[in-house]
Design a protein around this ligand. Structure first.
Ligand code: NDP
Length: 326
């Protein structure tokens, strides 16, 4: 088997030399175990974000869709597909009973299995519960999403539309802006790199913002929160604008006065807090099948190209979910 090992703490953007691809011989299967072969491997911002908390060297954790090619476990026969946390590795041995967050690929009703690491996986659940449970959007409200063209953000904006809200997105290129408005049905989108965010938002949401789904943190989030309405809700999902700065802590704007004055509810979350993902999966599959939700993927081919897919995603090359076809 081949696996990616992280050798160093990242300085700025991760570098290829921070990784080593290591070959290892896998032992024979014991009772209860299965041998999995990765088919789709996920690259996600948290692989960068959590690096300072790891002890190097470590195996690059991540999520994959895998197929079982040998089995000593009757519940997981050969040919069945699973979601595994084994990361950037081609073959692995798993004991499903003791392995954390290992589960059978949900029923995708004929959709691509790759969605198991995307819109019908951790990413989709993050958008679904992170937005619906924390923001509790009401019909007619104005929802702002940053990282809007990414895996989570593109779903959040579309779910906002499904729930009858106005969706405004911020993303990092004109091409992404066009895609959000013309293909995904966002009411308005902006390239945060080229516009004045405060001014653009004032024009796009003259009556203020009710819900803010925050994927990026940093200054843009402070600007958006200053335009929130009384009792607005902020779902804090991530802060990718700072990940490549880690372990340095960026200077923060003091937002307490606006949180107090507008009586905002600001809540962070980790997707694993929701133990049962089945309601989200059912709705997400239904919406994708009906065409209400577009589950865009940015596919890179080949196990050898996982690093490039990862760094490309951090640099904003992706529309929708960045995923590697092994
Ligand atoms: P994305 O598909 O959104 O990919 C990352 C995107 O971030 C890039 O495409 C890029 O788009 C944008 N980006 C990169 N650098 C910056 C920057 N400096 N400022 C603003 N945007 C930047 O990834 P995900 O959808 O997987 O993740 C989105 C967020 O959700 C992340 O913060 C992640 O950590 C978080 N997350 C949190 C979870 C939780 O449980 N709380 C679970 C899953 C994800 P652009 O061109 O627009 O700049």
């Amino acid at each position: 088997a081949r696996k990616y090992v992280v050798k160093n703490y990242f300085q700025g953007a991760p570098k290829k030399t921070d990784y080593e691809v290591v070959e290892e011989e896998l032992p024979t299967l014991k009772d209860g175990e299965v041998l999995t072969k990765a088919e789709w491997i996920s690259v996600d911002p948290y692989l960068r974000a959590y690096n300072p908390q790891q002890k190097v060297p470590y195996d690059q954790y991540s999520i994959q869709v895998a197929v079982i090619i040998e089995s000593k476990n009757a519940d997981y026969p050969v040919g069945s597909k699973v979601i595994s946390q084994k990361g950037w590795v081609d073959y692995s041995i798993v004991n499903p009973k003791t392995e954390q967050k290992f589960y059978k690929l949900p029923n995708l009703d004929g959709l691509s299995p790759s969605l198991g690491v995307g819109a019908v996986g951790m990413t989709g659940v993050t958008a679904y519960y992170g937005f619906l449970d924390l923001c509790k959007p009401k019909e007619g409200e104005t929802v702002v999403v940053t990282g809007a063209a990414g895996a989570v953000g593109s779903l959040v904006g579309q779910i906002a539309k499904i729930k009858g809200c106005r969706a405004i997105g911020f993303a990092g290129s004109d091409d992404k802006v066009k895609w959000l408005e013309q293909e995904l049905g966002f009411d308005k989108a902006f390239n945060y790199k080229t516009i004045n965010v405060a001014k653009a938002l004032k024009e796009a949401a003259p009556n203020g913002v009710d819900c803010y789904f925050d994927n990026v943190g940093g200054e843009i989030s402070s600007v958006i929160m200053r335009q929130m309405n009384l009792y607005g809700r902020v779902s804090v999902c991530g802060s990718i604008s700072a990940y490549n700065e880690y372990p340095k802590q960026p200077k923060a704007t003091i937002l307490q006065p606006i949180i107090v004055a507008k009586q905002l509810k600001v809540e962070g979350f980790l997707v694993w807090r929701w133990e049962n993902w089945s309601t989200a999966f059912t709705d997400l599959v239904k919406w994708i099948k009906s065409g209400e939700l577009k589950a865009e993927e940015h596919v890179t081919e080949g196990f050898d190209n996982i690093f490039d897919a990862f760094i490309g995603m951090l640099a904003g090359e992706n529309k929708g979910k960045a995923v590697v076809k092994v």
